[in-house]
Design a protein around this ligand. Structure first.
Ligand SMILES: Nc1ncnc2c1ncn2[C@@H]1O[C@H](COP(=O)(O)OP(=O)(O)OP(=O)(O)O)[C@@H](O)[C@H]1O
Length: 307
């Protein structure tokens, strides 16, 4: 297996009784990239991350992380990876400083190393004025910065972030992503799970997951360029009724209203989608538009998630 890959899996599978939470997932994630898992709740993002961090054993399949085989190398990998869980996992009744000191102890930093690293992190994550504040009384954005400081305290080579921005506003989310690109530019590989399209679009590469199955994999640009549908927008009157009429067509993967337009995904095996759709929209105006990542998502999941 290649040394240039931070993560490599073949047929990674996890069952819970008779539910297949992760179903035969193959991954090849290059070192130094930000890679996303995109999918709705319950599609297997957290279960995949837990297997890749060595916290959960796969039912079958092969996993290599930073050149080590899992299960088996959990202890070796512990110092080399960082993990920010979906729920805030620090102590709410400890201060910012106490939380970070506690994590430093877990990773066996000496008092001196811990002092220097804490000063660095407090400055980097703009937590300097809040050292004594209880973690439980912080805002969503501040908690998230503290959680990221804690997850990166030991300078991991590979960082796992499970839906890190689900509890923060768009401005904090944008700021958080700037931090991730800083970490990436210093050589950290990042695997981030999300159900936000805008977040997925920032990744170098991503996997679209649905019910434990990887439906597509590639850079957002490549996924948009190669998706199996053409995107057309219709403007005019009576779009709700038109939508019902169109989704009954075999060739239409989805039709969803966006403001005053109806965004229609037509299967790419329809030779002339504009002419085909034009004959069904009775005089309304129509234009082909560039696909978005959301269109890719809808196309690979068969349109089941957008109404
Ligand atoms: N310990 C468990 N025991 C039984 N079923 C589980 C367990 N952990 C996860 N599951 C099930 O496995 C499936 C995948 O869950 P998972 O948490 O990986 O999804 P997810 O994409 O991370 O979604 P979410 O964002 O809601 O956590 C779900 O149907 C979930 O109910």
């Amino acid at each position: 297996m290649s040394h240039e890959l931070a993560i490599e899996t073949r047929g990674m599978t996890r069952m819970f009784a008779d539910l297949t939470a992760v179903d035969g997932v193959d991954l090849a994630i290059p070192k130094g990239s930000i890679y996303g898992f995109l999918g709705p709740n319950g599609c297997g993002k957290s279960t995949s991350i837990r297997m890749l961090t060595g916290l959960l054993r796969p039912t079958s399949g092969q996993i290599r992380v930073l050149g080590e085989t899992l299960p088996g190398a959990e202890e070796k990998l512990r110092r080399r990876i960082g993990y920010m869980t979906q729920k805030f996992s620090l102590y709410e009744n400890l201060s910012v400083r106490e939380n970070l000191e506690f994590v430093a102890q877990i990773y066996g930093l000496s008092r001196r190393e811990a002092k220097a690293r804490l000063a660095e992190l407090l400055a980097l994550y703009t937590l300097e004025g809040q050292e004594r504040q209880m973690a439980g009384s912080m805002s969503g954005g501040q908690r998230q910065r503290l959680a990221l400081a804690a997850a990166t305290l030991h300078k991991p080579e590979l960082l796992f972030l499970d839906e890190p921005t689900s509890a923060v506003d768009p401005e904090n989310r944008r700021e958080f992503w700037e931090r991730l690109f800083d970490l990436c530019s210093q050589g950290t590989t990042i695997l981030v799970s999300t159900h936000y399209m805008d977040e997925a679009e920032r990744c170098h590469g991503l996997a679209i997951l649905e019910r434990g199955i990887k439906r597509a994999d590639g850079s957002p640009q490549a996924l948009m360029a190669t998706m199996g549908a053409r995107v057309l927008e219709v403007a005019g009157e009576g779009l709700r009724a038109l939508k019902q009429q169109l989704i009954a067509e075999e060739a239409v993967l989805s039709a969803a209203q966006i403001g005053s337009r109806l965004r229609v995904l037509v299967r790419s095996d329809v030779a002339e989608p504009a002419a085909w759709l034009g004959s069904r929209v009775a005089g309304r105006s129509l234009a082909e538009v560039r696909p978005s990542l959301e269109d890719v998502f809808v196309t690979c999941t068969g349109g089941r998630h957008v109404g």
